[in-house]
Design a protein around this ligand. Structure first.
Ligand code: FCB
Length: 404
C-alpha cells in the first residue's frame, strides 16, 4: 500500500471550450466549421449543468477541480467585457467552493476570441497586452475565491499544432511564427504572474499560486546507440525544460503544473519539423499498451521526469494525466500505475502536491472530435446523461483515503 500526504490535491480537469458548448465567439467555433471538422456544438452542456457535474465530482471524493474561463465569453468584442458572463463564472467558482472543491483556474486553454485572432492572434506582439487586460478583469473579480492560477495551458502544444504542424487554427506551418508565438506566451505569462501577485498584495490577500501547465513527454531513444540517445536528450531539453527554465529564471513560477500522457521514441534520422515532438519513430521497437488515439502508455516516464524536475525546487502539481479508451479497466490501470510512479518519485524527493486527472467527463477533444473518451464520467450525447465509470469509483477511493 502507498500513502499520499494528507493535504494532497485530488481531482479532475476540464476546459471551457471542450465541455461548455455554444462558444460562438471563439476562433475554434468558426474554424471547426470552415475546416469541416466535427462541431463542438453543445459539447457536454456543462455551461448549464455545472452544478450537477460538481455534485458528481464531490460524490467521487475530489477535493479540487481544474477548469478554464472562456475569454471569448468574457470579452466577445474587443474591449467590451460581459458582466453577465463574469457573474456566471463567479457562480461556477462558488459552486466548487460550496462542495469543498479547490478551484485551479486556467486563463487560456487553446481557444481565443475571434476578434483577437483577426488582429493576428498570438503572433501579434499586442496579444500580451490584450491577454493582460482580460487577466486583470478576471483575477480582480475572483481573487478572493481562488488561490491556484494557470495562466496558459501547454504553450508549446498550442504553438506546435497551430503554427508548425498546421492542424489547429490558424493552420500555419512556420517555425519562425511558432517562435514568435512562444515569445509572446512567455512574456504574457511573466507579466500576468506579476499582475496577479500585485492584485493579491493590493487586496491584502494571502499569496496566490501561479504557474503554467507544461506538457511533458518521455523521450526514449529508439535504439541503444549514441545517436538516438542524443536525439532523445535534445528533444527532452528543448520540449520539456526550455520554456519552464526561462520562466523559473524570471522568478515567475510559484509551482510547476505538469501535464503528462505519453512517450515518444526518438530516432536520429527524423529531424524534420514534423518530427520535433511527435511521431519521431514509426517502427514499433518497444511495444507497450496504447490509448485509443495510439499514444504509448508509459508510466515510468512520469517518474523519470519528476526526478528531473526536482532541480527547480518548486512544488509540482500534475495538472493533467489521463487516457482515452473504451476499456475502462485499462483506465484504472493507467491511473494506478501513474500514481505509483508519482509516489515513487516523491520518495526520491519530488515535491508533488496534487494529481488532477484529465478529464472529469468525456468531452470535445479538439480536432479529434467526440470519439476519444478521456472521462471518469461518460456522457450520452443524445440525452446529456452522465454515467460514472467504475474507474472513477476506484479513483474516488484513493481520493478519499489518500492510499492506493
Ligand atoms: C491536453 C490538453 C487537453 C486535452 C488533453 C487530452 O494536451 O490540454 O485540453 O485535450 O490533452
Amino acid at each position: 500500500m502507498i500513502t499520499f500526504p494528507q493535504n494532497f490535491l485530488w481531482g479532475a480537469a476540464t476546459s471551457s471550450y471542450q465541455v461548455e458548448g455554444g462558444n460562438a465567439n471563439s476562433d475554434w467555433w468558426h474554424w471547426e466549421k470552415k475546416a469541416g471538422k466535427e462541431n463542438s456544438a453543445a459539447a457536454c452542456r456543462h455551461y448549464e449543468l455545472y452544478e450537477q457535474d460538481f455534485d458528481l465530482a464531490q460524490s467521487l471524493s475530489h477535493n479540487a477541480h481544474r477548469l478554464s474561463i472562456e475569454w471569448s465569453r468574457i470579452e466577445p468584442e474587443e474591449g467590451k467585457f460581459s458582466q453577465e458572463e463574469l457573474v456566471h463564472y463567479i457562480k461556477v467558482i462558488d459552486a466548487l467552493r460550496q462542495r469543498g472543491l479547490e478551484p485551479l483556474v486556467t486563463l487560456h486553454h487553446f481557444t481565443n476570441p475571434l476578434w483577437f485572432v483577426q488582429k493576428g492572434g498570438w503572433q501579434n506582439r499586442r496579444s500580451v497586452e490584450y491577454f493582460l487586460r482580460f487577466s486583470h478583469y478576471i483575477v480582480e473579480a475572483l481573487a478572493e475565491k481562488v488561490r491556484y492560477w494557470i495562466t496558459i495551458n501547454e504553450p508549446l502544444v498550442y504553438s506546435y499544432h497551430a503554427y508548425i504542424l498546421g492542424v489547429w487554427p490558424p493552420q500555419e506551418k512556420s517555425l519562425f511564427k511558432a517562435l514568435q508565438v512562444e515569445e509572446n506566451f512567455l512574456s504574457a505569462h511573466v507579466k500576468a504572474y506579476r499582475l496577479i501577485h500585485e492584485i493579491y498584495r493590493k487586496a491584502n490577500l494571502s499569496q496566490p499560486a501561479v504557474s503554467i501547465a507544461q506538457n511533458v513527454q518521455a523521450f526514449v531513444p529508439c535504439r541503444p546507440i549514441l545517436k538516438d540517445k542524443f536525439a532523445a536528450f535534445l528533444r527532452d531539453r528543448w520540449y520539456n525544460f526550455r520554456f519552464i527554465k526561462r520562466l523559473a529564471k524570471q522568478q515567475a513560477l510559484d509551482y510547476i503544473g505538469l501535464n503528462y500522457y505519453s512517450r515518444q521514441v526518438a530516432e536520429v534520422k527524423n529531424w524534420g519539423l514534423d518530427h520535433l515532438i511527435m511521431d519521431t519513430c514509426s517502427s514499433n521497437h518497444h511495444p507497450v499498451k496504447r490509448n485509443s488515439l495510439g499514444w504509448d502508455i508509459y508510466p515510468q516516464g512520469l517518474y523519470e521526469l519528476l526526478l528531473k524536475f526536482r532541480k527547480f525546487n518548486l512544488p509540482v502539481i500534475i495538472t493533467e494525466n489521463g487516457i482515452c479508451t473504451d476499456d475502462d479497466s485499462l483506465r484504472w490501470e493507467y491511473i494506478a500505475e501513474h500514481l505509483k510512479s508519482i509516489h515513487a518519485a516523491m520518495e526520491k524527493g519530488a515535491l508533488v502536491s496534487g494529481y488532477i486527472y484529465w478529464s472529469l467527463m468525456d468531452n470535445f477533444e479538439w480536432d479529434k472530435g467526440f470519439t476519444p473518451h478521456f472521462g471518469l464520467i461518460g456522457i450520452d450525447y443524445h440525452t446529456y446523461e452522465r454515467k460514472i465509470r467504475p474507474s472513477a469509483q476506484k479513483f474516488a477511493s484513493v481520493c478519499r483515503t489518500g492510499t492506493l
